[in-house]
Design a protein around this ligand. Structure first.
Ligand code: FAD
Length: 397
């Protein structure tokens, strides 16, 4: 049997985390970095919320994968199907086996339709949609913008859902649209949030609650959707006071997510990590296999997954791979994450917080947790350019 081809650092998944890390490692002088990524196109996923709000198209967020892989990084256009961390071997769907000096595991997460029976079937009707899948994001805006009366339910799951508060973007843009077209009074808007707060930043929470009041949104926190009946158009809810049922004419879901199955099958998850890669949430080093690292949406880092969080995680993993090799102290990720949320078609606020729910603004002034026109323009138009040209290339500070 031939021995697996070796790479100094092997990265599983060429999404935001994988390409940013690979680019960073090459910039830091690592000469042999390979990424396994099956998809031939790369999506800048934050723009999906704008597609679902009628403010962007799928073309705006799509680039050919090979155009965005950082220079000096080798890409395997294949899918990981198995991993043996005891032997340090990764198996691809074309039969190739790869070995590694260090391994970064970042295949993201996937929608878990099974967690809410009826949800996948509901997505096949004109009355339900999500921004969390490219093929359904455009349909979200068709559904919301064509509603002129009835009940619109927005349900946001929270644990491990990538940047779940951005599910509020289509809500507020739609409410703004309904107000401008004179139908807001005929639409009953219900917001169902699994978390106890809309967002983990008290300043942003105040602004969002005020926007909800302004549009007449009924907010139910600590409440989750347990099942959906797409025929009756009803969602069954678990609330702090028991179960309840709500009818919908339009249903938006930020659905529960899970890690790819091969992560737990390969022994990278623990009972406490819910199927996600079990790492030390600060050093991002695997709890059992010291040459394995986890970051991004696939890793259990005890913080809300987001692209913003990766701006902190990527430099930590890059530095800690070297620190482990040299036996020097490791860097720590403090759980920083963020959520940019539109409060209308014109304004956006930025919530930033650490894993304990403490505000952690990148700048002290101006207060970015207040809705601003300039922030919306930045998030919609400038940030994608920064993503393609800098963040994906590992130019993260
Ligand atoms: C609708 C939406 C809106 C968002 N809005 C924001 C926002 O406004 N701000 C923000 O900061 N964050 C936002 N996020 C979150 C952000 O996009 C994610 O946190 C980020 O993309 C995570 O990067 P990742 O590399 O961990 O995962 P991904 O970007 O999902 O990349 C994972 C990669 O792994 C690959 N992969 C999967 N399985 C395998 C396999 N078996 N073998 C090899 N490769 C595999 C996939 O093809 C994919 O390319 C949003 C996310 C969504 C879905």
């Amino acid at each position: 049997m031939s021995s697996p081809r070796q790479h100094d650092v092997l990265v599983l998944g060429g999404g935001n985390a994988g390409l940013s890390l690979a680019g960073r490692l090459v910039r830091d002088g690592c000469r042999d970095v390979a990424v396994v990524e099956p998809k031939d196109v790369h999506h800048y996923r934050p723009l999906l919320s704008y597609v679902a709000s009628g403010m962007a198209t799928l073309d705006d967020l799509t680039r050919p994968q090979d155009d965005v892989v950082p220079a000096g990084v080798l890409r395997y256009p294949a899918r990981v199907v198995g991993l043996d961390p005891q032997r340090s071997v990764v198996r691809l769907d074309d039969g190739t086996e790869l070995g590694y000096g260090d391994l970064a595991v970042c295949p993201g997460s996937e929608v878990d339709w099974d967690a809410v029976p009826g949800s996948e079937e509901a997505m096949g009707t004109p009355f339900a949609a999500t921004s969390y899948l490219p093929e359904l994001a455009g349909r979200t805006w068709e559904m919301l913008s064509s509603l002129t009366s009835g009940r619109a339910v927005f349900a946001l799951a929270s644990w491990q859902v990538p940047c779940f508060p951005v599910g509020l973007k289509p809500l507020f843009v739609a409410a703004d649209h309904w107000r401008r077209t004179g139908v807001l009074g005929a639409i009953d808007i219900e917001l169902v949030v699994q978390a106890s707060r809309l967002v983990d930043d008290p300043r942003a929470e105040r602004e969002l609650r005020a926007a909800c009041t302004e549009y007449g949104v009924r907010v139910r926190t600590s409440t989750s959707v347990v099942s959906i009946d797409p025929t009756d158009r009803t969602a069954r809810l678990r609330t702090p006071h028991g179960t309840d049922t709500t009818h919908y004419d339009a249903l938006f879901l930020a659905p529960p997510h899970r890690a790819p199955r091969w992560v737990s099958e390969s022994g990278l998850a623990t009972t406490g990590s819910g199927g996600f890669v079990a790492v030390d949430p600060e050093t991002l080093q695997h709890v059992t296999f010291p040459r394995v690292w986890g970051l991004g949406d696939a890793a259990a880092v005890d913080a809300m997954p987001s692209g913003g969080a990766l701006r902190r995680q990527v430099p930590v993993v890059a530095a800690n791979i070297q620190a482990r090799r040299k036996g020097t102290p490791m860097q720590h990720y403090d759980g920083y994450s963020l959520a940019p949320i539109t409060t209308s078609r014109r304004e956006l606020l930025l919530a930033e917080f650490d894993r304990d729910g403490r505000p952690e603004p990148i700048v002290a002034f101006p207060d970015l947790a207040r809705p601003r026109r300039s922030l919306l323009l930045f998030d919609r138009y400038l940030q994608p350019t920064i993503y393609w040209r800098r963040l994906l290339q590992g130019k993260v500070s």
